[in-house]
Each structure stands twice: as structure tokens, then as C-alpha cells.
Design a protein around this ligand. Structure first.
Ligand SMILES: [Fe+2]
Ligand SMILES: [Fe+2]
Length: 325
């Protein structure tokens, strides 16, 4: 049997304090489609909003539980720090910066991350968001058939203290960008980044549980003492877009994530269909994990389990999708 490997992210689900405000931001500022608005199937008195591309394709979906009474969340070990959307080029990235600036949304970057270039800003509940260029990709400092083998250092122009902060702050698109052009549209989840407390153990977990492969061992450029590792659907010849899961390796003395407003509730990866999902379930049970039964989420079916650091994970089917009645 072929080892199971997820194709990447299906969706990420966060907690919002105000569905209307969240919808205005993700639709009007970022240009995502409100694909569906339902009740939360586990808590029918609360709303669940799904944003994504026009069809709600897996890998483009960001969803929110509206929990106005929830405590404010905090990122930490076992949680997500930020999610990154993909934009095609450096030029379209600068268009996003100009758009955010003109909307008076504080934005930093374009930060040279080597494998991509990034902007950072926050959503109305404080969730850190990133927009990253699709390329140049992970093969700029290692051969494509040897990604993740050695620890990669970073160039001076990427590190605090030596990078050109004035030039970064000044770089923007010369004209206002009041309309999101098709060329600059966000094309889905570029990567999602969290924190863990034992990065070697966590790496073994993601490789064994999800079939992801370690593609990059580097450092957090904003905190160079912290390891930053990347995993993805990688076959030795290419890294599948929409599959990059990355973690900062924090020491166990750092605080744990606390769920709540402005934080991620869970991260969902893809199963292609119901049969594959059952195979995933058997596979995860075989690893000794506690796995939920298959849950009907109308637009997909889901199973849930946890990483050793406490991160809540889901595997969701591609179908039937959001066109279902
Ligand atoms: Fe990032
Ligand atoms: Fe989910």
C-alpha cells in the first residue's frame, strides 16, 4: 500500500469575537469570498463562517467560530502563531502593502525570508497574518532532492540588525490599489506556522502521522536562537503548494497556547475522499493516537486528533464541497 501523505491544508479554523467585523475584513480588505455561513455543528447557537476562493476549494479556506464571550487567546506552545496567504510575485506583494497602508492597517515588510518575501499585519481580533510570495521556494539553498538534510543559516540581509530596515519600510507600490486585481488575488494558504516544545519529537510525529516530510531546518529570522523547521508534501522533486506547515522550536519553559479570540482553534489537512479518510483513521489509531469518529460537517467529513504538543488537528475530505444543498 502507498504510504498516506496529505495533499496539504484543507482549512484553518479560528475564533472571532464579531462575525460582521471579521467578514468585512476578510471580504473587503483581503478579497476572500464568504463561501458559507452556518451554525457551528457542535454548538448550534453560534455562527461558523467559511472564507476562501470563489468555490471554497480545500487549501483556500479560513473559517471562524463566532464566540463573543470567549476569553482572549494567546499564542504559545501547541498553538498557531500566524497563517500566510500566497500572492504570485514581489510586485503583487507590494500592491498588497500599498492597499493595506491606504486602508490604515499597520503592515511590516516586505521581509526577505529567502524562500519567499513576506508582509505582516493583524486581523481585527489580533491574529497575525502574513502574505508571502509564491517563490522562489525552498531549493534556493539546498538541492531539490535533498531538502531538509542540513541546518540552513541565513544571509545578513535577512537578519535583524543587518537587514536594511529603512529600505524595507520604504518599499511599496507607487500607486493606490483600491481594487484587488486578478493578478494580485490571494491564491490560498501559503504556510501556517505554530510553536512546539520538542521540535525533533514533533518532526517525527508529523512525518509519521501525516506523511509530511521535513523540507527545511533553519532559524527564526526575528529570533535567531530559535529553530524554525518546515514540513510539506514533498516527493524529492517538488514541494506541493498549500502544504507547508512550519514550527518554531520553543523551549518547554515558554507558555502554552491558550485558546480564545484571535487564536486558531484547529488546523485541518486534506483527505481526498471518504475511503482515504477511513485509511487515515486506521493509520492514526495504529500510531496509538486518540482519534474521533468520522463527523459529518455537511461540506466534508472530519476526524480529529492531537499532536504531542497539544495542537488540535483534523483531517477533512475534499468532498462533497460547498455546492452541496
Ligand atoms: Fe510565516
Ligand atoms: Fe475544521
Amino acid at each position: 500500500m502507498t504510504p498516506l501523505t496529505t495533499l496539504g491544508f484543507h482549512h484553518i479554523t479560528l475564533v472571532a469575537s464579531d462575525a460582521r467585523r471579521t467578514a468585512a475584513f476578510y471580504r473587503q480588505v483581503l478579497g476572500l469570498t464568504l463561501v458559507k455561513e452556518t451554525v457551528n455543528f457542535d454548538e448550534p447557537d453560534t455562527a461558523h463562517l467559511y472564507f476562501g476562493d470563489a468555490t471554497g476549494a480545500p487549501g483556500t479556506l479560513v473559517t471562524f467560530f463566532e464566540w463573543p464571550q470567549a476569553p482572549r487567546g494567546r499564542y504559545g506552545v501547541g498553538g498557531v502563531h500566524h497563517l500566510a496567504f500566497s500572492t504570485p510575485t514581489y510586485e503583487t506583494l507590494l500592491q498588497w502593502k500599498r492597499r493595506l497602508q491606504d486602508l490604515r492597517i499597520p503592515v511590516s515588510g516586505p521581509m526577505p525570508r529567502g524562500y519567499f518575501t513576506s508582509l505582516y499585519f493583524r486581523d481585527p481580533d489580533g491574529q497575525v497574518l502574513e502574505i508571502a510570495t509564491a517563490g522562489p521556494g525552498y531549493a534556493i539553498d539546498e538541492a531539490i532532492d535533498a531538502l531538509g538534510r542540513d541546518v540552513m543559516g541565513q544571509q545578513a540581509h535577512q537578519l535583524p540588525g543587518t537587514r536594511d530596515e529603512a529600505a524595507i519600510a520604504a518599499a511599496t507600490h507607487p500607486e493606490p490599489v483600491p481594487v484587488i486585481t486578478p493578478a494580485m488575488a490571494l491564491t490560498g494558504l501559503h504556510h501556517i506556522t505554530g510553536m512546539t516544545d520538542d521540535i525533533a519529537r514533533t518532526s517525527d510525529f508529523y512525518e509519521a502521522a501525516l506523511g509530511l516530510r521535513l523540507i527545511k531546518k533553519t532559524i527564526n529570522q526575528d529570533d535567531p536562537d530559535t529553530p524554525h523547521w518546515f514540513w510539506a508534501n514533498y516527493d524529492g522533486t517538488r514541494v506541493l503548494p498549500g502544504s507547508s506547515w512550519t514550527l518554531f522550536g520553543w523551549s518547554p519553559r515558554h507558555p502554552r497556547a491558550r485558546g480564545g479570540i484571535g487564536q486558531t482553534h484547529h488546523v485541518a489537512f486534506r483527505a481526498q475522499d471518504a475511503d482515504e479518510q477511513l485509511a487515515w483513521r486506521e493509520h492514526l489509531l495504529g500510531l496509538g493516537l486518540d482519534v474521533s469518529p468520522v463527523m459529518d460537517r455537511r461540506y466534508f467529513t472530519s476526524i480529529y486528533f492531537q499532536a504531542p504538543d497539544g495542537q488540535l488537528l483534523e483531517i477533512a475530505t475534499d468532498g462533497p464541497g460547498f455546492a452541496v444543498a
